[in-house]
Design a protein around this ligand. Structure first.
Ligand SMILES: Cc1ncc(COP(=O)(O)O)c(C=O)c1O
Length: 370
């Protein structure tokens, strides 16, 4: 059947803007400067071990899925894993969602109610924005990492106030000013929600994330840990109080109306929490590469970032695509980030560093950008 003309028109608009997206398969043999496998957990196959089958056999009759967790889909391994996560993050409870996207949508669409206010960082991830769009609360953004602007917005907020941000920004690689956010939220009685997607496994002595590294787990209402980045698997958990967990089980629609993760996926989450806390050598190696990249001068503007996400500004979809193609032809898998994912004029190369990248590989990339 033909598709409506409006779809074709929108696709053509994208093509005209040089912003048409296509799926592509990874090319073997390239140096990985784009995956979220920050610590090499996937590359090194660290989540598989010989006990896998026996653990799965003990926990469930099959490694498939049997329903929503509120119906037939709940099983001991998920609850055990949630206890592991809550203990590791030093909070009362954790609730696993099928993805970080689902976690943010479930949390933000259900917790803030009509009459409440959500104030979110203007660079928040699409999943945060989509959750907010589904909420009945009023919402407005504050300028990226700008606590003065946040305070202005807090002064005009009504009802319960929720401040939402990320610990590491996915497209800029910078950190949120957590200490100042906590202070402001305390001053205005606001509930702070932190998405730790790109901090989990990477930030902190044991990869515990920014909230815990700074000792704020009791000052933050909810933190979201996703497992599809450094953890090397899939899914996410919302970490916070027992009341919050209870509430989400009852009201978060992306939790209630979706089939539970299968046991093999949860097994990998459990394994990841056994593996990543002790990967201190990898975290140190990452820091060395971050320093190497930050201290060099290149021909393009480079954003300040203390995280594996390094950003080189190359305005214009066509220009940034051309540069990314050139680097890819030289064997470096660097991806361009185009408008409309980022605002017009803010197109960029997003260079992701990994513990397994060598200093020489990084130097070749730096030389290519000089
Ligand atoms: C900040 C942030 N939050 C949430 C998500 C969504 O997580 P997931 O990939 O597990 O759906 C992402 C993924 O890109 C992210 O960068």
């Amino acid at each position: 059947m033909n598709s409506p003309g409006s779809l074709i028109n929108k696709l053509n608009e994208r093509k005209a803007l040089n912003a048409y997206r296509q799926l592509r398969l990874a090319q073997p043999g390239m140096v990985d400067f784009c995956s979220n496998d920050y610590l090499g957990i996937v590359k090194e196959g660290l989540l598989t071990n010989n006990n896998k089958q026996s653990i799965l056999d003990n926990h469930t009759l099959s490694s498939g899925s049997t329903g929503s967790r509120l119906l037939a889909g709940n099983y001991e391994l998920i609850e055990e894993t949630e206890n592991t996560i809550a203990t590791f993050h030093n909070t009362e409870a954790a609730l696993i969602f099928n993805s970080g996207y689902d976690a943010n949508v479930g949390l933000l669409s259900s917790v803030p109610q009509k009459g409440d206010t959500i104030i979110y960082d203007s660079l928040s991830h699409a999943s945060i924005r989509d959750g907010i769009r589904l909420s009945f609360a009023q919402a407005f953004s504050f300028m990226h990492n700008d606590v003065k602007d946040l305070e202005k917005k807090l002064q005009h907020a009504n009802g319960n106030i929720y401040v939402v941000t990320e610990s590491v920004f996915s497209m800029d690689g910078d950190l949120c000013p957590l200490q100042e956010l906590v202070t402001l939220c305390e001053k205005y009685g606001a509930y702070l929600i932190i998405d730790e997607a790109h901090a989990t496994g990477v930030i902190g002595e044991r990869g515990e994330g920014l909230v815990q590294q700074e000792g704020f787990q009791n000052k933050v209402f909810a933190h979201v840990h996703t497992f599809g980045k450094a953890c090397g698997c899939h899914g996410a958990a919302i970490v916070g109080s027992l009341d919050l967990r209870d509430y989400l089980i009852n009201f978060a629609r992306s939790f209630i109306y979706s089939t539970a993760l299968p046991a093999h996926a949860v097994y990998f989450i459990q394994r990841s929490y056994e593996v990543f806390p002790s990967m201190t050598t990898e975290r140190k190696q990452l820091q060395l590469l971050i320093e190497q990249f930050q201290k060099t001068t290149i021909s393009y503007e480079k954003l300040a970032s203390l995280t594996p996400i390094q950003v080189v500004m190359v305005p214009g979809n066509e220009t940034v695509k051309k540069l990314a193609n050139k680097l890819q032809k030289s064997g470096m898998d660097v991806r361009p980030i185009l408008y409309p994912t980022v605002p017009k004029g803010k197109e960029r190369l997003r260079i992701v560093l990994h513990s397994f990248n060598t200093s020489d590989e990084l130097q070749i990339l730096i030389d290519a950008l000089q």
